[in-house]
Design a protein around this ligand. Structure first.
Ligand SMILES: [Zn+2]
Length: 264
């Protein structure tokens, strides 16, 4: 589109990110109708600096083409003189909701009649596709500019500091949401393993109790070494508690244990 010989005269545009954000915000609030406004800035060393915008609230929005009415201009100049007395109107912006970034015949008419200065540009934004473009005068004709510089004045960290209320707003709701979730998760894991441990421990204890009941201590019965008959005392055999199944009988006992008998 742009001939190489005209590149040297292509306007250099530096636009604040705050301006593009406000244009998008304005256009997205009217997704079915076009909106428009003017761009505020200065031309410094052949570079167009756009650092503000003014919405054309009274512009007629009937049909698909925006127009700047007399009332719209009066309102725009009032805001411009109040807020930006040292700046110029360096162009205009408008939205193309759903039909792309270009300049229509009506747009070219507006550019030629209201923004005919060589350093005045036209910013077009489509809120449906999120596409944006900037058109400027190159050797008497309007071209879409190939390079745009987006300036972020919050990015250098010296002019403005991060807003504390925004960080607290984003951090505070996040912590109560994530911390209990983490706590619940770790707690459920802990309860899971505690339950397994308790089950194993209770099985172990139950096993000990059953062993104690079903396999009582080994006892021996004193028997006569000659007749092998149990030695009775008051009509009952004499039970001798053994230290171990394979242990030798107590040395004081005259007889060895003959038989083992469970004792309930
Ligand atoms: Zn248009």
């Amino acid at each position: 589109m742009t001939h190489p010989s005209t590149l040297a005269t292509t306007p250099q545009v530096h636009i604040d990110s705050e301006v593009t954000r406000r244009i998008r915000q304005h256009a997205r609030a009217h997704m079915a109708t076009e909106v428009c406004g003017v761009l505020i800035g200065q031309l410094i060393d052949h570079t167009l600096h756009i650092h503000a915008s003014i919405e054309a609230v009274n512009a007629a929005q009937a049909g698909t083409h925006v127009t700047f009415t007399q009332d719209a201009w009066e309102a725009i100049y009032k805001v411009k003189d109040d807020l930006y007395p040292d700046d110029r109107i360096v162009g205009w912006y408008h939205s193309h909701p759903g039909f792309g970034v270009f300049l229509s015949e009506q747009d070219l008419f507006i550019q030629q009649n209201f923004f005919s200065s060589p350093d005045q540009v036209a910013w077009v934004y489509d809120p449906h596709s999120d596409e944006e473009g900037c058109f400027g005068w190159v050797d008497g004709a309007i071209h879409r500019l190939p390079t745009l510089a987006l300036l972020d004045h919050n990015g250098d960290g010296t002019q403005r500091t991060p807003k504390p209320q925004s960080s607290s707003l984003t951090d505070e709701p996040a912590q109560p949401n994530t911390t209990p979730r983490k706590l619940r998760r770790s707690l459920s894991i802990w309860l899971h393993w505690a339950g397994i441990a308790m089950t194993h421990l209770s099985v172990l204890i139950l096993g000990f109790i059953l062993c104690y009941l079903l396999f009582p201590q080994v006892v021996g019965v004193l028997a006569d070494p000659v007749t092998n008959a149990p030695i009775l005392q008051d009509g009952h055999p004499i039970y001798v508690k053994l230290q171990h199944r394979n242990a030798a009988p107590p040395p004081t006992a005259p007889t060895k244990p003959e038989a083992t008998k469970p004792q309930p």
